[in-house]
Design a protein around this ligand. Structure first.
Ligand SMILES: *Cc1c(COP(=O)(O)O)cnc(C)c1O
Length: 396
């Protein structure tokens, strides 16, 4: 095939995701996988049954409508109104996608010209870099740093140039657990309005905010007309395999995203769309119970990691906790995560892979707590074996 590389230059360096490498390591070593963020128990039984019913009754077994089944679009619209007071017309302002992943890809492919700059919070969720690259655009990181990972808003302002087209936000933020505060969201919104920027906001952890409430940036003044909001059923209802996500925005923005989306998957997850429509209409007690369960697990894992000698950055949202391994006498998260399964039978993810600024992420390691309590307890037990031996207390 000659000297030309097969993989095009836009995808250079995007080999295999870290999740594939670490999950394979987990399987090979029989380790507890606290790397990839998927729950080890399914979501509500009635939602699972709703999918079975739809499948048996022949709803969604053939291509559903391009924008998504009307029942789900109506349920998404009702959810945005009930939770946030946001009004979206189910027919023109809501689009169902193959998970948030496709929504992100379609939004970026639709809205970016080659050479456009995208300012995004780093560490980035891994698909952001890939999609910005596939769109031929340029990513400009706003680096979030330990210990609190708050965005430097003056720095953000200085990163915006005449080539900046779009701000790509994620709150609650994976992997740091940062939840943007109302003041931060207001400052970001004012900048977007002033510089006439589009905003794409990934809010898949909207129901996992542990203190206070989730505030969608689309609700702020001047933002509705420039914001593509993205969410998904995977995290909120513990059905990550169903891949039902959605976009809300103005008719113009949704039509643009749909133009790209129709040539990616066209449609997906027919019967599951009906089930997710029912899930979104669950009473507040479901959402409150889900958050309370994960809050308990957050504290279980965070306390356990601290007792095991990690420096722990307790997250305000998501189901991930980021730690610093330097108190354990370790420096490099990637090396640490490669050796961890062998050393104690636990798999984690090095945050460095989500940073362009590798120094900012080097000693940071992410663990997920969306697992059963007994699994988390076992993991904590295994991790305490890492503690440097205290030689002064030896008796023999
Ligand atoms: C899990 C995750 C996604 C992907 O959501 P799907 O609905 O499974 O495609 C997108 N963004 C973030 C930040 C995530 O953690």
């Amino acid at each position: 095939m000659g000297a030309r590389p097969l993989l095009n230059r836009r995808l250079d360096g995007l080999g295999t995701t870290i999740f594939a490498e670490m999950s394979a390591l987990a399987t090979a070593t029989g380790s507890i996988n606290l790397g990839q963020g998927f729950p080890d128990t399914d979501g509500p039984e009635e939602v699972r049954e709703a999918a079975v019913r739809a499948l048996r009754e022949g709803r969604g077994n053939q291509y559903p409508p391009g924008p998504g089944v009307p029942e789900l679009r109506t349920a998404i619209s009702a959810h945005q109104r009930r939770r946030y007071g946001l009004d979206y017309d189910p027919d023109t302002e809501v689009l169902v996608t193959a998970g948030a992943t496709e929504a992100i890809a379609a939004a970026l492919l639709a809205l970016l010209e080659p050479g456009d700059e995208v300012v995004a919070l780093e560490p980035f969720y891994d698909s952001y870099s890939a999609c910005i690259a596939m769109a031929g655009a340029v990513r400009v990181p706003l680096t979030l740093r330990a210990p609190d990972f708050r965005p430097d808003l003056d720095r953000l302002r200085s990163l915006v140039t005449p080539r900046t087209r779009l701000l790509l936000l994620n709150s609650p933020h994976n992997p740091t657990g940062l939840v943007l505060s109302p003041d931060e969201l207001t400052a970001i919104a004012e900048l977007a309005v002033e510089r006439d920027l589009l905003v794409v906001t990934d809010e898949v952890y909207e129901h996992l905010v542990f203190e206070g409430a989730h505030h969608p940036i689309a609700a702020l003044p001047g933002m509705r007309e420039r914001t593509v909001s993205i969410s998904s059923a995977g995290k909120t209802f513990s059905f990550t395999g169903w891949k039902v996500g959605w976009v809300t925005g103005t008719p113009e923005l949704v039509a643009a995203v749909r133009t790209a989306k129709q040539y990616l998957t066209y449609v997906s997850a027919g019967p599951f769309q009906y089930a997710v429509a029912e899930a979104l209409a669950l009473p507040d007690s479901y959402f409150d119970g889900f958050r309370a369960d994960l809050l308990h697990k957050r504290d279980l894992l965070a306390d356990g990691l601290a007792a095991a000698g990690f420096r722990v950055f307790r997250p305000g949202g998501t189901y991930f906790v980021t730690t610093d391994i330097t108190p354990l006498g370790e420096q490099d998260g990637i090396e640490f995560c490669r050796s961890l399964p062998e050393r104690c039978g636990v798999v984690a993810i090095p945050n460095a892979v989500f940073y362009d600024d590798v120094d900012a992420g080097r000693p940071l390691v992410r663990f997920t707590f969306c697992k059963r309590v007994d699994v988390l307890e076992d993991a904590v037990d295994r991790l305490t074996r890492l503690r440097p031996v205290d030689r002064t207390s030896r008796t023999s």
